[in-house]
Design a protein around this ligand. Structure first.
Ligand SMILES: Cc1ncc(COP(=O)(O)O)c(C=O)c1O
Length: 374
């Protein structure tokens, strides 16, 4: 057996769509980017979607057009991929790390108010591994203190909170199309919002701050001399990526179904192992299972890392649980105590889960876990 941790679900449909985009002669910021944005917005239930080159650039753009800058603080969980905090730093602001709820691995809303200072401008919850954070409670706190809410939804396409898909709750939300995510465009990102003004500013920000889009200029019947009222970046998605993204969106519901089937198999087969904890999903959410984690409890005969080594020897790739950003050297100036985050980061393992994982492969993963941990 040789079981990868993740595999993108790409086929001839994406290949043909990419070829069509190349042959069309319009390979960046053209009609396919616009179509992908429209389809994405419709899928999540947002009024606007703006495509970018990654979720990191989506987060940077979202924070910047929300006015986050030097001297500001943004409350984020430390248990996240480092890009969450880096995006805040890219704006000249400072991430203030907040503790998580060990049950969901998401930001603990009850810890937010303790981290609010005069400098706090925004709260950025992460829907970690695709599991929606407690948006209602977070929104209540954000509104009470007059803050901005930006969702790091890198992993959360297709997930829903209280019956509404992530991206459809009226806030700014940022998604990733990296190959380890639910759908992929190779690299890529998307910002969704219901605010037309925010969407317009995002479109300029990703296009060097230019006053007109490529499509507007191309379709104009008279000459347009563009202007640059503010500094922007090149965060433009290509039409080749968008063509792939449109095909991936068509497959999304089937991808989600397969992921949820495998997760349910893992839940059922692994819950009998007494020295691990499997995820418990709140009834208020629909989970896309971008990742499936188990926690290795102190009663385990093997340490987390020894288990990962053992599984690798048996041909099963795993990954450590989500990192604790505040412990990385580049954040060593941040003084904070986050014991739950550190425990979860050190004791969790991500298991292989993707639509092409066969029933035999999933059974092999389960059997090996029982062998090592019984
Ligand atoms: C929570 C979170 N935020 C942001 C990112 C960055 O996404 P991208 O690789 O598209 O920049 C990731 C990627 O793994 C992530 O997991």
């Amino acid at each position: 057996m040789n079981i990868a941790i993740a595999r993108p679900f790409l086929g001839p449909e994406e290949e043909e769509a990419a070829v069509r985009a190349i042959r069309s002669g319009w390979v960046s910021q053209g009609p396919l980017v616009r179509e992908f944005e429209e389809r994405f917005a419709r899928y999540v239930g947002a009024k606007h979607a703006v495509a970018t080159t990654s979720c990191t650039t989506a987060l940077h753009a979202a924070l910047a057009v929300s006015g986050i800058g030097s001297g500001d603080e943004v409350i984020v969980p430390s248990l996240s991929f480092i890009a969450t905090a880096n995006a805040v730093v890219h704006c000249g602001a400072r991430p203030a790390f907040v503790e998580i709820d060990p049950g969901t691995c998401n930001m603990d809303p009850e810890k937010i108010e303790g981290s609010i200072t005069k400098r706090t401008k925004a709260v950025m919850p992460v829907h970690q591994m695709g599991l929606p954070a407690d948006l209602d409670r977070i929104k209540e706190i954000v509104d009470k203190h007059g803050l901005i809410l930006i969702e790091d939804a890198a992993c959360a396409i297709g997930s829903a909170y209280k019956g509404t898909r992530i991206g459809g709750h009226g806030n700014i939300a940022c998604f990733s199309f990296h190959p380890r995510k639910i759908i992929t465009t190779g690299e890529g990102g998307m910002v969704t919002t219901d605010d037309a003004d925010v969407a317009a500013r995002l479109r300029r920000f990703r296009h060097h701050g230019m006053s007109v889009s490529d499509m507007e200029r191309h379709q104009a019947k008279k000459v347009i001399i563009e202007e640059y009222p503010e500094i922007g970046y090149n965060y433009r998605m290509t039409d080749i990526q968008a063509a792939v993204g449109i095909e991936q969106l068509r497959k999304l519901d089937a991808i989600l179904e397969k992921r949820r089937q495998i997760a349910s198999y893992y839940d059922h087969e692994l819950s009998g192992i007494s020295c691990i904890r499997v995820p418990k999903i709140p009834e208020t959410v629909f989970h896309n299972y971008q990742s499936y984690w188990i926690e290795i409890l102190s009663s385990s005969p093997l340490s987390r890392n020894a288990l990962m080594e053992g599984l690798l020897d048996k041909g099963i790739a795993t990954r450590r649980g989500i990192m604790a950003i505040h412990r990385e050297r580049c954040y060593s100036d941040v003084e904070t105590s986050l014991p739950v985050t550190e425990r979860i980061s050190d004791s969790t393992v991500l298991l292989p889960l993707y639509p092409t994982l066969t029933a035999d492969e999933a059974m092999y993963v389960v059997n090996q876990l029982w062998e090592f941990l019984k």
